[in-house]
Design a protein around this ligand. Structure first.
Ligand code: SF4
Length: 390
C-alpha cells in the first residue's frame, strides 16, 4: 500500500543519464559511462579516475545496470570530460546510439565465449539501427553462462542459457525463442521492434514486462529457460576476484589504485570484478570481507547530492549497519522514490524531513510506515527501534 505523500512526490524522469545526456543533480552533473563489454582496461580506468578528480567531485558510482557514473561534474568542465572519454573509446557517436546501447552482461565472460560474442554483436548492431527508438530505460541483458545470473537485474530483453542452448526471452515471460549465437543480435532487435509494434511504449514509455503481462510472449517463444543461479559472493572467481563498493560508490583514488592490479569489470551488484589473483590492499570505499555489516545496508545518494532528497542517508545507514539483524537488510532512502532498491527490504527508513525518517517493515520506500518522524539521533541512540514490533 502506498503511503500518502507528506510532500511533493519525487520526480520520475523515465530516462537514464548518459555521457552525452547528463543529468543535473545536487552536487553537479551526473555523467554516465556505458563501457563496452562492461570492462575498463587499467589505462582507461586510471584516466577515468583522473577525469573524475579534475572535472568532478572525485566520486564514482556503479549503477544497478553496471554503468559508471561520474558525479559532481562542473558544467564548465563537461566538454573537456567528453573529449577525454572520447579518446578512451567510452563515448558514443550520438546520444540516440548511446541510449539504445543499453546492454548489461554477466561479468564472468571469457574472450570469444557466447556472452562475449553476443554482446559484441549486439553492441555494434544497436549502434547502427538508427530507426529504432526505444524507451529510455529499455535494456538488454546478455547472460550466456551455464546458469543465468542477471534475472534479478532490470532488463527488457534477455539472451541467456535455456535448457537446450541459448534462448532469447522477453522479460516477464517464462519461455523464450531458441537462437544461435550468430543470430542472437538480429533476433534481439526483432523482438525490440515487436515490442514497439505491439504498443509496448505508448507516448515513448513502457517496459517489456508490462506488455508481456498484458498479451504474453510471441507464439514462437516456447523454449524453456535454465534455472537461474544465486548472486555471486565476494572473493575469488575464475576471471579474478569480486569486491564490493560501499553504497555502490568508490573514491577515484581507490578506483585508480584498483586499476594497478588489473582491468576492472563492472557488475550490477555494487561489485567490481578485478582481473587479478593478488591480495588487494584495504582502501576507502571497498568491502573485501563477506561478513562486513555494510553489505546489509543500501542507501541512495540522499542529501545534499540528490535534489529530491529530504535528508542525508549514508552516514546513518553506515552507523546503523552493525545493528541490522543477521540475514536482514536495511534500506535508507532520501525520499519515497527508493532509487537504491525498488524492491521491498526487511527494514526501510524513508526520509520525511531534514532529520526525520519513517520506518517501514517488509516493504518499499513508498509503503505505509509503521512509525513516523523518527529522528536520526533517536535511531542512533537506540537502534533497537528498527526492529520493535516485528
Ligand atoms: S530515492 Fe534518493 S536518490 Fe532517488 S530521488 Fe529520492 S533522494 Fe534522490
Amino acid at each position: 500500500m502506498s503511503k500518502n505523500a507528506v510532500s511533493a512526490d519525487p520526480k520520475v524522469y523515465g530516462w537514464c543519464p548518459g555521457a552525452l545526456r547528463p543529468m543535473m543533480s545536487g552536487d553537479g552533473l551526473v555523467v554516465r559511462i556505458r563501457a563496452p563489454l562492461g570492462r575498463l582496461s587499467p589505462s582507461q580506468a586510471r584516466e577515468v579516475a583522473k577525469q573524475s578528480q579534475s572535472c568532478g567531485n572525485g566520486l564514482i558510482d556503479l549503477s544497478a545496470r553496471g554503468n559508471l557514473q561520474l558525479r559532481g561534474i562542473r558544467e564548465d568542465r563537461y566538454e573537456t570530460l567528453i573529449a577525454a572519454l572520447g579518446e578512451l573509446g567510452l563515448v558514443d557517436a550520438d546520444p540516440d546510439a548511446e541510449a539504445r546501447r543499453n546492454i548489461l552482461l554477466t561479468p564472468f565472460w571469457a574472450e570469444d565465449d557466447d556472452t562475449h560474442a553476443v554482446a559484441t554483436d549486439l553492441n555494434r548492431s544497436l549502434t547502427l539501427v538508427s530507426d529504432l527508438t526505444l524507451p529510455g530505460k529499455f535494456g538488454f541483458a546478455v547472460d550466456c553462462g551455464p546458469a543465468p545470473l542477471l534475472c534479478g537485474s532490470a532488463a527488457d530483453i534477455r539472451i541467456e542459457q535455456g535448457k537446450e542452448g541459448l534462448i532469447l526471452r522477453a522479460d516477464g515471460a517464462e519461455t523464450g525463442l531458441s537462437i544461435t549465437r550468430n543470430g542472437a543480435a538480429e533476433e534481439a532487435i526483432a523482438l525490440a521492434r515487436w515490442f514497439l509494434d505491439q504498443g509496448g511504449a505508448p507516448e515513448g514509455r513502457g517496459r517489456m514486462q508490462t506488455l508481456i503481462a498484458r498479451r504474453g510472449p510471441p507464439a514462437s517463444h516456447v523454449a524453456t529457460r535454465a534455472i537461474s543461479a544465486e548472486q555471486p559472493s565476494l572473493g575469488p572467481c575464475a576471471t579474478g576476484q569480486l569486491i564490493a563498493l560501499e553504497f555502490g560508490q568508490i573514491p577515484s583514488d581507490s578506483f585508480a589504485a584498483l586499476a594497478g592490479y588489473g582491468a576492472l569489470r563492472l557488475t550490477p551488484w555494487r561489485m567490481l570484478l578485478i582481473e587479478t589473483t593478488k591480495d588487494l590492499a584495504p582502501m576507502p570505499g571497498l568491502i573485501l570481507e563477506a561478513t562486513d555489516p555494510r553489505l546489509q545496508v543500501v542507501a541512495c545518494t540522499g542529501a545534499p547530492g540528490c535534489l529530491q532528497a529530504h535528508a542525508a542517508t549514508r552516514d546513518l545507514a553506515r552507523d546503523l549497519s552493525p545493528h541490522v539483524p543477521k540475514g536482514a537488510q536495511l534500506h535508507v532512502s532520501g525520499c519515497s522514490k527508493g532509487c537504491a532498491q525498488p524492491t521491498p527490504a526487511d527494514l526501510v527508513l524513508t526520509a520525511s524531513g531534514a532529520d526525520t525518517f519513517d520506518l517501514i517493515h517488509h516493504g518499499k520506500a513508498s509503503d505505509q510506515p509503521l512509525r513516523e518522524t523518527l529522528s536520526a539521533a533517536a535511531l542512533r541512540a537506540n537502534p533497537a527501534i528498527l526492529t520493535e514490533g516485528s
